[in-house]
Design a protein around this ligand. Structure first.
Ligand SMILES: Cc1cc2nc3c(=O)[nH]c(=O)nc-3n(C[C@H](O)[C@H](O)[C@H](O)COP(=O)(O)OP(=O)(O)OC[C@H]3O[C@@H](n4cnc5c(N)ncnc54)[C@H](O)[C@@H]3O)c2cc1C
Length: 444
């Protein structure tokens, strides 16, 4: 198969990238499962927007503080300054955000934000955004989406990407030749036993990137979400109890139902506090009490969380629910510049799989949908001047036999990413001053 532009992944980054490319280019999107099975559909809390100029310094500082001041400041500036433009686009595609009685956009607040600057749609903001992007993409004649189609390798030569090898829905192998390739494969939660991510998000682009010598950045920066609904079944995807529940006033309680921490601490610090309390109490979870939130507010803002807890046998209006930290987000990834270009020619990385340094060591809540969209748009604009000259002979040389044992291949890719995370983790710990090692900030 041949295409002008190949996008691997159909989350918000991949879809919005397609929408920002010229209509006269042939665009092919492949995605490992169905389009709805991306983390973008799971985002609950919301998406940040610069409310007004007066909030700029505070938003910038909150992002840096959460990221332990390791953020790439230019990336942060680009993200914040582009936020209003992206939100305008989303609204133009039909995305509805909560509005006040006068019809103005209404903002909420989450942990580590010093002001209300998060737009939301009930507690299904990601689905509201991504489903409208998907509807808009479906209307484009120049875009074809192939579901249940996985990238299993890149085709590269002399540090240039020419497309990829795919496994199709029927299990057969094929190739896609492209003038530019975008990696938009999301996070790495599938590598962990407890994660809020879809299980099929296993960091494939990272493994394949490592194999081909693509540069990585902060690959050991993995965010643990402090509050996911506790279930005994370890195969379950962990259900998130959104940060904004705590932002609106929920309490965290120990085994004796006493508050033990500041619920609005940044995620990494709060996860550490919860783990400490679990160890102290010899429990597998702590309690989260949603009753301090006014009933009407709870009902209108968090209907899906209420429903999920009910399904699990808990009535949030009458009792606290059990919560536990789980892997949630990946700050590191494939190194990209401020236009989202990787270290390889004709290869871009966007969304959670990419690392432009915007989040530093820890992501501020509701910055990831925004970051994915802002940099996907920039990449779409930039790629037009960075296309490769096709090399069809490379595709003729591909030996499909090397990919026949798909399970072994998938395992080897997962092992590669895990080993690289471990290696960088060890190096980082070694380089840390003694005091910080004791704090254990990397191993929650
Ligand atoms: C439960 C939950 C709640 C969240 N809440 C928020 C929030 O409130 N606000 C916020 O800003 N962020 C939130 N996030 C984070 C945010 O949703 C993600 O960071 C963002 O959606 C990532 O978008 P993406 O397009 O990069 O990846 P995804 O949306 O995950 O899409 C990745 C795509 O890549 C495809 N793919 C993967 N591997 C392959 C392969 N080998 N071949 C082909 N296709 C492949 C997948 O099938 C999928 O289509 C949340 C995340 C979770 C899990």
């Amino acid at each position: 198969m041949k295409t002008d532009i190949l996008i691997i992944g159909s989350g918000c980054a991949g879809l919005y990238c397609a929408l920002n490319l010229p209509r006269d280019l042939k665009i092919t999107i492949i995605t490992k499962k169905d389009v709805e099975s991306s983390d973008s559909y799971l985002a609950q809390g919301g998406i940040c927007m610069l409310k007004n100029d007066a909030d700029y310094d505070s938003y910038f500082e909150d992002t840096l503080k959460a990221g332990h001041y390791e953020n790439d400041r230019q990336s942060v500036e680009i993200m914040i300054k582009s936020s209003q433009d992206v939100i305008k686009d989303l609204i133009s595609y039909g995305t509805r955000f909560h509005r006040d009685e006068a019809g103005n956009l209404d903002f909420t607040r989450e942990g580590a934000h010093s002001a209300k600057r998060i737009l939301f749609h009930e507690d299904i903001t990601g689905k509201e955004i991504t489903s409208h992007l998907y509807e808009a993409v479906k209307k484009l004649d120049n875009v074809t989406i192939y579901e249940y189609t996985s990238m299993i390798d890149l085709v590269t030569d002399d540090n240039t990407c020419y497309g990829c090898v795919i496994e199709k829905k029927d299990g057969t192998l094929d190739t896609i030749e492209a003038n530019v390739t975008f990696l938009a494969t999301g996070g790495i939660g599938g590598l962990y036993r407890h994660s809020t991510n879809f299980r099929h998000l296993t960091g494939d682009a990272l493994a394949i990137g490592l194999k081909h010598g693509v540069k990585m950045k902060n690959i050991n920066y993995v965010q643990i979400h402090p509050t996911t609904f506790y279930t005994e079944n370890e195969e379950d995807r962990s259900f998130l109890i959104s940060e904004s529940v705590r932002g609106e006033g929920a309490y965290l309680l120990d085994k004796n139902f006493h508050r033990f921490t500041n619920e609005l601490l940044p995620r990494d610090l709060l996860s550490i506090e919860i783990k400490k309390q679990m160890a102290k109490d010899h429990t597998e979870f702590v309690w989260e009490d949603l009753r301090p939130i006014p009933q009407e507010e709870l009902k209108t803002h968090f209907p899906n969380i209420i429903a999920h807890c009910k399904e699990q046998g808990y009535d949030v209006f009458k009792e606290p629910i059990p919560v536990v930290p789980a892997q949630h987000y990946f700050m590191g990834g494939i190194w990209v510049d401020h236009m989202s270009k990787t270290s390889m020619d004709a290869l871009y990385a966007i969304g959670e799989t990419a690392c432009n340094g915007v989040h530093g060591r820890n992501r501020l809540a509701s910055n990831s949908l925004l970051e994915s969209l802002v940099f996907a748009k920039r990449a779409a604009r930039d790629c037009l001047t960075h296309m490769c000259v096709p090399q069809p002979q490379l595709f003729a040389q591909i030996d499909f036999d090397t990919y026949q044992d798909r399970n072994a291949l998938a395992k080897s890719y997962q092992d590669l990413v895990r080993a690289e995370i471990d290696r960088v983790n060890k190096e980082t710990v070694k380089a840390m001053p003694k005091m910080e090692k004791k704090g254990g900030s990397l191993h929650v």
